[in-house]
Design a protein around this ligand. Structure first.
Ligand code: DX5
Ligand code: ZN
Length: 218
């Protein structure tokens, strides 16, 4: 299975967003991870369509959009218009997850299902063969720069087992608190898409931080 790095723009300096995106374009990053927060599902508000409209003009890497919002169905068509590689919704915010996943896929976009740290992998049993990606949150969603929750490693292993036993082809993404100090453990557990916010954007050199993480992935 191919492995990917998805730097999270949430940790970028938004005063120089264009330059920061251009650095990611130049780097070996595979995707740009976009965190959308509504202040209801999570205790923070990130940014919305105005910023996204501008961001897509500069981004040359495929987008990996992570919706941390209630009632995501209301906005899926709008997010789909950016033609992301992945569009992920939280299992905790979807009453009719099967419908939501199929709605995303109706736009020919890969659908991801995100799980908060307390949410059991068992919740994926009946939806795993529909999902294109499982996103394991390794921090409580809402903020960049938080400490990695170690229990996430065994959750990734459980998702991997479920994928193998159900013959699903879903990718496993892990998001939160990842850097050079713990990337090996999440890869070994079975994750193949790694999100990195602070460890890329708060570093001295964005391009070389991407490079260093990518060297561990390959
Ligand atoms: C948290 C977001 C993450 C976050 C990752 O709610 O979903 O994508 O930006 O940032 P780091 O890598 O700094 O934890
Ligand atoms: Zn995220």
């Amino acid at each position: 299975m191919a492995h990917f790095l998805s730097p999270s723009i949430l940790s970028a300096d938004f005063g120089k967003l264009k330059e920061q995106i251009e650095l990611i374009n130049e780097s070996k990053a595979d995707f740009i991870h976009i965190d959308i927060m509504d202040g209801v599902f999570v205790p923070n508000i990130s940014f919305g369509f105005t910023i996204l409209d501008s961001l897509v003009n500069y981004a040359k890497k495929p987008l990996d959009i992570h919706l941390m919002i209630v009632e995501p169905d209301k906005y899926i068509e709008r997010f789909a218009s950016y033609k992301p590689e992945f569009l992920s919704v939280h299992i905790e915010s979807c009453i009719h997850l099967n419908r939501t996943i199929n709605y995303i896929k109706s736009f020919n976009i890969k659908a991801g299902v995100a799980l908060n740290p307390h949410t059991s992998v068992n919740c994926m049993d009946e939806i795993i063969t529909d999902a294109d990606m499982v996103l394991i949150m390794s921090v409580n969603p809402g903020f960049g720069g938080q400490k990695f929750i170690h229990n996430s490693v065994s959750k990734i292993q459980k998702v991997k087992q479920l994928i193998l036993s159900s013959k699903s082809t879903a990718d496993i993404e892990v998001d939160g608190g990842i850097g050079l100090q713990n990337i090996d453990s999440v890869l070994k557990a079975g994750a193949n898409i790694i999100v990195a916010g602070n460890s890329v954007f708060k570093s001295q050199n964005i391009i070389s931080s991407v490079q260093n993480l990518k060297e561990r992935i390959i």
